[in-house]
Design a protein around this ligand. Structure first.
Ligand code: LLP
Length: 430
């Protein structure tokens, strides 16, 4: 194993409620979210005309409700996410449209749903324009353009450039505007999203691309979207993004576009991670501690079934330890590897991209102590799986010093039902 020591991240702790109390009340593992943190992040973005929350980051209905009550709109990438938006109280009609469907494809169910419920569509392929045009007329659409460059925290989250499947290739913009016109659809919006966990330098290049593209759409255009991708601080070394500076860049671009087009243009942003990542905590229990040659492992009751980001992208998450009452842990720090319960060697939370196990400096702990994985609000619960027949953990929302269960722990029976339906579908072919 190639090991490298990483320094411990800031220990933020869970606001207001002791970790031990949460573990006692809801069991482990459990996801806990802090509503105040979500509200704070949304308010940081208030200079933008429209904030459209990318719910793929965390789509729990109670989280969507917090976001909706703060005045943010919502993006959906599937029929399931459209249903969630509706269930959380969003209504489809309005200007700007409260719910958008952003994708590169339509499946039958989703096309039916956007047609029936009049959901705004952000088209990421010429096929989507034609398929929607065959069903409706006179509607406004947005075009998601791939500007030919992209950037993400990992190559897997870079959504621009010709290696990415996302968006309409920038050279095809003119023909897609014409295709929309022939299909009696109006291109009302242009949208650029070049990746997730993007850095400031790349994010600022997107404004320039928008300035080049927007005037080519013509007089139906009234909204531009900067997409999502804003980074957050997972480690002490990460820079906090300067939102005011970022807004200024976009606002300047918007003004230049308005001048060229001679009318007002709505400036939208579509963040997911930035809104929820720091609000979330995954509370786990240390179930075994063992020495394997040079490596000391803390093994938890949660693995990549609950947080897939480390195994997928080598993503770094801050970790803190809470000794349970009566636990006699000496608080001295040591280098440890933190892993989960799954039957795969890659089930390690402290690893870099490429699967190299890393050591983390953490306080000594005892079996039974609690360990909190922080910045687990985005792309954590939503990417969880039932691998190794592990039920999905519960989700808890802390708001105003109160904690509330917002999704109960999945039971073993719940897992059977999903499995049985799947088997049934395979057997009867429906
Ligand atoms: N809009 C579109 C069209 C997107 O594809 C995405 C993310 C967003 C907005 C929100 O991006 P954000 O602001 O959250 O960076 N599972 C990965 C992230 C995948 C993001 C995919 N698209 C991770 O855990 O890092």
């Amino acid at each position: 194993l190639g090991t490298a020591v990483m320094t411990a991240a800031p220990q933020m702790g869970i606001p207001g409620i002791p970790v031990e109390q949460l573990a006692r009340e809801f069991g482990t593992p459990a996801y806990v979210y802090d509503a105040a943190s979500i509200r704070k992040r949304l308010s940081d973005l208030r200079a933008f005309d429209t904030v459209r929350y990318a719910q793929k980051a965390c789509s729990n209905l109670s989280i969507l409700e917090v976001v909706r009550k703060e005045g943010a709109l919502v993006d959906s990438v599937s029929a399931g996410e459209i249903h969630r938006a509706l269930a959380a109280g969003y209504v489809p009609q309005g200007s700007p449209p409260p719910i958008a469907y952003t994708s590169d494809i339509f499946d039958e169910e989703t096309l039916d749903l956007v047609v029936e419920r009049d959901i705004h569509v952000n088209c990421g392929s010429p096929d989507m324009i034609e398929q929607l045009g065959a069903r409706v007329s006179g509607r406004e659409i947005t075009l998601r353009i791939n500007p030919g460059f992209g950037h993400g925290h990992s190559q897997k989250t870079n959504t621009g450039g010709e290696q990415s499947k996302h968006g309409i290739w920038h050279e095809q913009l003119d023909e897609c505007v014409e295709l929309a016109r022939r299909n009696d659809l109006k291109v009302a919006g242009l949208h650029l999203h070049i990746g997730s966990g993007t850095d400031f330098e790349h994010l600022s290049r997107v404004c320039g691309a928008m300035e080049e593209l927007a005037p080519r759409v013509g007089d139906t255009l009234h909204s531009i979207s900067a997409g999502g991708g804003l980074p957050i601080r997972y480690t002490e070394g990460d820079q906090e993004i300067d939102i005011d500076e970022y807004f200024r860049l976009w606002d300047d671009s918007r003004k230049r576009i308005e001048k060229t087009l001679g009318r007002k243009i709505d400036l939208e942003i579509e963040p997911g991670r930035f809104v929820v990542a720091e609000s979330g905590y995954l509370i786990c229990r240390i179930c075994a501690i063992k020495q394997m040659g040079d490596n000391l492992f803390y093994l938890l009751d949660a693995g990549f079934n609950t947080l897939a980001r480390p195994i997928l992208y080598g993503a770094y998450h801050p970790i803190s330890i809470t000794p349970v009452a009566g636990s006699s842990a000496d608080r001295a720090e040591q280098d440890v590897v933190v892993g989960g319960p799954l039957c795969e060697s890659g089930d390690i939370f402290t690893q870099s991209e490429g699967g190299f196990v890393q050591k983390r400096r953490l306080p000594q702990a005892n079996v039974g102590d609690l360990l909190v994985i922080e910045c687990a609000g985005a792309y954590a619960s939503v990417m969880a799986s039932n691998y190794n027949s592990k039920p999905l953990p519960p989700e808890v929302l802390i708001d105003d010093q109160q904690c509330r269960l917002i999704r109960r722990r999945q039971s073993v029976e719940d897992m059977y039902i999903v499995m049985n339906r799947h088997i049934l579908r395979t057997l009867v072919g429906s």
